[in-house]
Design a protein around this ligand. Sequence first.
Ligand SMILES: [Zn+2]
Length: 66
Amino acid sequence: MKVKKMEAGLYCTNCKEEVDHEITYINSDMKTIKCLQCGRTKELKVDLKKSFTGKYMSALQLNRNG
Ligand SMILES: [Zn+2]
């Protein structure tokens, strides 16, 4: 699992101004956005299980049937 972090100036609804945010990416999907001023973290719903296991399971089922 690849985790990447970067910073960006975004509008924070808590600070009510544009401040630096830390954005965490997991496998190039945006996962969390944290405000570096107030510490408020917004988690984004990324369905990792579905994108990974879904493909894996269907591959397994194909092998079983074949
Ligand atoms: Zn904030």
